[in-house]
Every structure is written in C-alpha cells, then in structure tokens.
Design a protein. Structure first.
Length: 222
C-alpha cells in the first residue's frame, strides 16, 4: 500500500513538475514568496483593526496560535521524524526535476509547511468571515501557492495534500477556541464580527494582488 502511494506520488509529481515555461518559472517563483502577498496581509490587518483593538487582538492571537502550531508540527516534529527527501534532493529523481533559480529547499519535505500554513489560514479566514466569495478566493490563493511548491520541485503532491489537511484541522481547532473566547467575553453582536463588505474588500484584494504578480512576471520575461 505504501509503495503504491509512493509510486503515485512520483507519477503525479513528474506530471505537474514537467510542464513549465519561462513565464511560469517567474510567476511561480513570485507566488511562492510570502512577501509578495504583503498587500493582502496589510488589508487583512486593516479590516480586523477597523473592528477595534480588543477584537483585532483576539483575531491576531488566533492567527498567531495557528502559525505557531503548524510551524512547530511541520518543521520541528514531522519533517525530521518522517525524513522524506524533497524531490529536488531525491536520488531517484536526479536530473529530472525542474527547479527555478537553483532553489532546492531544505532536506526534508513531508509535510509541506507552505500548504499547511496557506490552506489552513484560508480555512481559518473562511470560518471567521463566513463568506462564500472570500472562502473561494482565499482557497484558490492557497492552492496556487501550494502548487507553486510542486512546480519549483521542492514538494511531492502527497506533501501538499497531507500538509493542507493538517492545516485545515488546526484551523478548525483554533477557530473553535476563538469562538469559546468570544462567547465568554464578548457581547452577542460581537460574535458576528465581519460583514459582507469586509469579505468583498479582502476578496478583491486577493484578486488584485494576483493580477499584479501575473503582470510583473509577464513583463519580467518579455
């Protein structure tokens, strides 16, 4: 069973990593960098602080708790414990992996921290805002970032899927803890913290941020 799953992982990695171009090299390189999503991060901070410092602090602490748990689990516990080499370091794939700018990542890749963090925070955002458009846009953003890790040759699809599932589970746990705090310490009206306008602004920011990156990657190549 394990060997079958491993074989499928190699197969789908080769399919996804094998399709590339100069333009997508640049786009996926940009997408994978957290700093390029700064406009989205700043808009998220503006949106939560617009609700007052008390509520902003509770949301920020929830997000920080989420990242603390996922980072510790992925980097400090699971990766060294499992010890699965990244595709870029796997001798079985030597000479066949498409990489960008010589980037090969750390030694171990299971599970993907990028997938756990991005898909998980998209889930947490969806739970906080309760808006279908925002949930869809942030999930598309998160899976694009996750796919970029396969494109860059530093993760297998299995690393991504397991990381994403772990991130979603942690997001649900953190949201449950946040709701317990809200019910105990806030008025009933404050339980519904964000409205449709807040969600639309963040959704448009996600789309605008991606279009900006796509434009930069286009002009960088051509």
């Amino acid at each position: 069973m394990i060997e079958t799953l491993k074989s499928l992982d190699y197969h789908f990695f080769s399919l996804l990593n094998g399709v590339h171009s100069d333009y997508f090299d640049n786009l996926m390189w940009l997408v994978s960098m957290p700093v390029v999503w700064l406009p989205l991060m700043l808009m998220f901070l503006y949106t939560i602080f617009h609700k007052g410092w008390k509520q902003a602090l509770s949301v920020l602490l929830a997000v920080m708790l989420f990242f603390l748990i996922t980072d510790q689990l992925t980097s400090s516990i699971i990766k060294p414990l499992v010890g699965r080499l990244r595709p870029s370091r796997d001798p079985f794939l030597a000479g066949t992996v498409h990489s960008v700018n010589g980037y090969i990542g750390g030694m171990y890749g299971f599970v993907s921290g990028h997938a756990a963090n991005h898909v998980g925070v998209a889930m947490l955002t969806g739970l906080l805002f309760r808006n279908r458009l925002l949930w869809l846009s942030t999930m598309l953003w998160a899976w694009l970032v996750s796919y970029s890790r396969i494109y860059l040759g530093v993760h297998f699809p299995g690393d991504i899927l397991c990381g994403a599932m772990m991130g979603c589970f942690i997001a649900c746990l953190v949201y449950w803890l946040w709701r317990l705090y809200q019910k105990k310490n806030c008025k009933w009206q404050e339980l519904h913290l964000f409205n449709g306008h807040d969600a639309k602004v963040l959704s448009y920011t996600v789309a605008g941020n991606f279009l900006l990156l796509a434009l930069i990657a286009f002009f960088y190549v051509f």
